[in-house]
Design a protein around this ligand. Structure first.
Ligand SMILES: Cc1cc2nc3c(=O)[nH]c(=O)nc-3n(C[C@H](O)[C@H](O)[C@H](O)COP(=O)(O)OP(=O)(O)OC[C@H]3O[C@@H](n4cnc5c(N)ncnc54)[C@H](O)[C@@H]3O)c2cc1C
Length: 367
């Protein structure tokens, strides 16, 4: 990391931020407002223009791992940051480890290269770095963006160290030529851009007023690397019954509209889901406090959240704001949860649980 650091006036990095008209995050001294979008253009519903038709003379490369074919929200934000900051002559290239089924043009990507040979079940840090080095030799990107979290953050650090590139971690704000990193004790640092930047959550809004060219291009072949010093013990699937709710990938949650608890627990076991509940269901004694999800319970990040008989009060929704796919089952088509859910089934929770259980069992028994 560069040593060219300047201590700034005291800023609490956790204070409410705004999203500027350009879509980038800004922490504003004296502001008491929460996160908000300061642009109406970003919500324009109709066909969006292409950000730049080129020609391109430099590249910003965003690197991410896909999760079962989908990109994470943090990856979307890193791409959006790259696209917002890109000059007309800058191409936003996305490199994905694993399959990618997202509409990359809509995310602001001009060109996408996908490492199909990457196997998420294997730990192969040497091969990942080698693939990025091959990509670097081919594209010579000016700057690299990785999301700060999980496998992306680890790979970004490892790649920067091995390639001898300057790296900034935990970047909370970006502009055209500088970045800001929270430095603790209410202070932060502003630095010039580094070669590799690891971007924290919320760095940019993904509501872009434009699209990218979205071209899919051939990727370097996946390298065969001797992973010396690495003993890969494989991926171990955690037991949803004992796992912390915050770590669960799939949660079955019950609210006041679930009365058949034996059926609910049988279904959770059959589908391999962790169990969560609304506060009313907990207060009522149907679930323990540790299973409560929401403002005064747990905040969860599951990729699948099946909410049965939960109205979707604001306090509950706070706990599931980072869940990727929310499916609601409710008798009331106007329940607030339907506005958050990606899919709503208007149905009695008991009937749905029975039908789902039958389907799952049939599926398991099928040859
Ligand atoms: C300070 C404060 C903090 C709070 N913190 C939390 C929190 O952390 N987590 C939390 O969850 N709540 C919290 N609450 C409570 C919250 O406001 C709601 O009261 C609560 O979430 C409602 O739970 P519910 O949706 O299960 O129940 P209800 O509001 O009773 O809703 C039940 C839903 O089930 C549907 N339904 C009924 N029967 C069926 C059926 N047979 N099949 C399908 N659907 C059916 C209904 O249409 C309804 O939408 C908090 C409240 C306060 C004031």
């Amino acid at each position: 990391m560069s040593t060219n650091t300047t201590a700034l006036r005291r800023v609490d990095p956790r204070r409410p931020a705004i999203i500027t008209p350009q879509g980038l995050r800004r922490i504003v001294l004296g502001s008491s407002e929460g996160e908000r979008l300061a642009t109406s253009a970003a919500h324009a519903p109709l066909a969006k223009p292409v950000r730049s038709a080129g020609p391109f003379s430099e590249i910003t490369l965003v690197v991410t791992h896909s999760d079962r074919g989908a990109l994470t929200d943090l990856a979307h934000q890193a791409i959006a940051a790259a696209a917002i900051l890109a000059a007309p002559h800058t191409e936003v290239v996305l490199a994905v480890l694993g399959p990618c089924h997202d509409d990359v043009a809509a995310l602001g990507v001009d060109r996408a290269v996908v490492a199909d040979g990457f196997d998420a079940e294997r730990y192969q840090p040497g091969a990942c770095v080698q693939w990025l080095q091959d990509l670097s030799a081919r594209l010579a990107p000016r700057r690299w963006f990785f999301a700060e979290r999980g496998a992306d953050g680890q790979l970004g650090r490892r790649f920067a160290a091995q390639a001898g590139l300057r790296c900034a971690c935990g970047v909370a704000e970006l502009d055209a030529d500088s970045l800001r990193i929270p430095a603790g004790t209410g202070q932060d640092r502003r630095l010039p851009h580094t070669d590799v930047m690891l971007l924290a959550k919320g760095v940019a809004s993904t509501a872009l007023p434009f699209v990218g060219q979205g071209v899919r291009a051939e990727a370097p072949r996946w390298p065969v690397v001797n992973e010396r010093g690495v003993e890969d013990l494989g991926v171990v699937t955690g037991d949803p019954a004992t796992m912390a709710l915050e770590e669960a990938d799939f949660i079955l949650a019950a609210g006041n509209g679930v009365n058949d608890l034996p059926l609910f627990h049988t279904l959770a076991q059959e589908v391999g889901a962790a169990v969560g509940a609304s506060r009313v269901a907990v207060d009522d004694g149907r679930f323990v406090r540790a299973q409560q999800i929401g403002a005064t319970g747990k905040t969860v990040t599951a990729s699948g959240y099946l909410a049965l008989g939960i109205s979707g009060a604001v306090q509950h929704l706070q706990g599931i704001k980072d869940c990727r796919h929310v499916i609601a089952v409710n008798l009331d088509a106007s329940a607030p949860i339907t506005r958050r859910a990606n899919l709503t089934v208007i149905e009695d929770s008991r009937s749905l649980m029975q039908a789902l259980l039958e389907l799952v069992r049939q599926h398991k028994e099928a040859p």
